[in-house]
Design a protein around this ligand. Structure first.
Ligand code: ADP
Ligand code: ADP
Ligand code: ZN
Length: 227
């Protein structure tokens, strides 16, 4: 395996189809390892809500379940990566999603002498994705993710993390859009598994199990990739 480790701040990538559990796991890793989760989906939704030019261009594309242009996503990611809090290390959740994005990320990291510590693929069956996505909701206060069946708050309707009671569901989390999103994943994102394998940076885990078991596997990988 090539030496992908670095003495600079860790850079980890979570790969996987929509609903694989990237966001859920990234938040758990954030708490554990003091890393910052960077979700391009969250950044794009914030841009849509703020009505920026990028947000206006992305809105309809996201609603249709297609990928937003590389140009927009790379620009958003580059800006966020430059924020001071990212200096302690990042977990990329939902980026890169195309080979062009992966190459742009390599170039961006090279500018600051950084490298990817590990790209971890959360392997799941397509059939599970519809159930995971259609039951997904998040806390409007702190963004904590929940699921109607698989991850309910201790007190129904109240967030475990912040006590908030305003829960949100995403407009694109519906059965029709899921099919397009899975198609985009297989056509444009799945090739990144071979891309990172070729760099000796790939790790794969079975993400069909329960959330805590997967979190345990991930912690072990992240601990050794950032040691
Ligand atoms: P992604 O960020 O990959 O799109 P999420 O982390 O948002 O996925 O997870 C999708 C939904 O599935 C959420 O409602 C989450 O609570 C739930 N979920 C996450 N991991 C699992 C798991 N291992 N088993 C069952 N449900 C899960
Ligand atoms: P999920 O993990 O459930 O697919 P995300 O929140 O990561 O959801 O992404 C939501 C939508 O935002 C995607 O369907 C896509 O339209 C857009 N998006 C997010 N990240 C990217 C990216 N890296 N490249 C292109 N489009 C993106
Ligand atoms: Zn909350």
């Amino acid at each position: 395996m090539l030496d992908t480790k670095t003495t600079t701040a860790p850079v980890l990538i979570l790969l996987g189809p929509p609903g694989a559990g990237k966001g859920t796991q990234a938040r758990m890793l954030e708490d554990r390892f003091g890393l910052v989760q960077l979700s391009t989906g969250d950044l794009l939704r914030a841009a849509v809500a703020a009505g920026t030019e990028a947000g206006k261009a992305a809105k309809a594309v996201m609603e249709a379940g297609d990928l937003v242009s590389d140009e927009i996503v790379i620009a958003i990611l580059r800006d966020r990566l430059a924020d001071a809090d990212c200096a302690s290390g990042v977990i990329l959740d939902g980026f890169p999603r195309t080979t062009v994005q992966a190459e742009a990320l390599d170039a961006l990291l090279a500018e600051s002498g950084q490298k990817i510590n590990a790209a971890i693929s959360l392997d799941v069956e397509d059939a599970a994705m519809v159930t995971r996505i259609s039951g997904r909701y998040t806390c409007g206060g702190c963004g904590e993710g929940y699921h109607d069946m698989f991850k309910q708050p201790a007190v129904q309707g109240a967030c475990d993390k912040c006590g908030g009671t305003e829960m949100k569901r995403r407009a694109d989390d519906n059965a029709e859009t899921v099919a397009s999103r899975l198609e985009a994943y297989h056509a444009q994102t799945a090739p990144l598994i071979a891309y990172y394998d070729g760099k000796g940076a790939l790790q794969r885990i079975d993400a069909m199990g329960d959330i805590d078991a997967i979190a345990g596997d991930l912690r072990a990988i992240v601990a050794s990739a950032t040691a």
